[in-house]
Design a protein around this ligand. Structure first.
Ligand code: PGA
Length: 249
């Protein structure tokens, strides 16, 4: 399938963060009640810092928006300092004026994961659907915790993490050792993500170069979950030069 993904190449990670923050702020200004999808991981941290700065400078208000996050580790409750709820609270939510009750992160400590995932999907629908979903990409091409092999129409569910994801998240940035990383997560599906009206995927650094090239230039295939965004009508990859280095010219 021909790639319809737009790619913006920035010189370095700082510029990726600035571009992404500008895109989000613009979307909020156009619709102050928008539904914003969010991601965790190292890559969006700079974007969240930029948005917090813009909010402090009174350039953007999050007071009317609703947010949904991509995923959460299964077995961690929101107070755990490696949970994605904690990540979002400390990196963004506590630094801006978003209403806490309008922020939605899957509950990794829910007693029934299936009900938790279904309720999350229902809430996205009830909110009118996601206007813009910010994504990262794994070195193995995953989006959210949809590991290679995930189907194009997958929905929010309990998933197992691959060893490469466990290793990537225990390199000292987050968990200190692989045995500390939960083996499972609750993750929005690729079908869930594809329903967003627009998608902005961020990638920085050479470790992402192969995944970015496979996603943009490779086959439309579950082997590279991010390639399943190729036919999305409004998907932009914002990447630095290192992450863009294997893209076809
Ligand atoms: P990272 O993770 O931003 O920490 O590299 C991205 C991802 O795994 O989706």
């Amino acid at each position: 399938m021909a790639g319809a993904v737009k790619v913006k190449v920035c010189k370095e990670a700082k510029e990726v963060a600035e571009q992404a923050a500008q895109m989000i702020a613009k979307a909020i200004k156009a619709n102050p009640r928008m539904v914003l999808g969010l991601a965790t991981g190292s890559t969006p941290e700079g974007t969240y810092a930029e948005l917090a700065k813009m909010h402090k400078a009174k350039e953007v208000s999050f007071a009317g928006i609703t947010t949904f996050n991509l995923d959460e580790y299964w077995g961690l409750d929101g107070d755990h300092d490696q949970s994605y709820r904690y990540f979002m609270n400390t990196r963004l939510f506590e630094k801006v004026d978003v209403r806490p009750w309008n922020t939605n992160v899957l509950n990794g400590a829910a007693t029934n994961p299936m009900l938790e995932c279904q309720a999350f999907e229902t809430k996205i629908l009830a909110s009118g659907g996601v206007d813009l979903w910010l994504l990262g990409i794994g070195g193995n091409g995953h989006i959210a915790f949809n590991e290679p092999g995930s189907s194009v129409d997958s929905r929010t569910r309990l998933v197992s993490l691959t060893q490469s994801t466990i290793d990537a998240n225990s390199d000292g940035r987050f968990f200190k050792k692989a045995s500390d990383v939960p083996r499972c997560a609750l993750s929005t599906g690729i079908g869930t993500i594809r329903e967003a009206r627009s998608i902005v995927l961020l990638a920085t650094g050479e470790k992402k170069a192969q995944a970015v090239a496979d996603a943009v230039n490779g086959a439309f295939s579950p082997d590279c979950p991010a390639s399943l965004l190729q036919d999305h009508p409004a998907c932009t990859f914002v990447v630095d030069e290192a992450a863009a280095s294997l893209l076809k010219k």
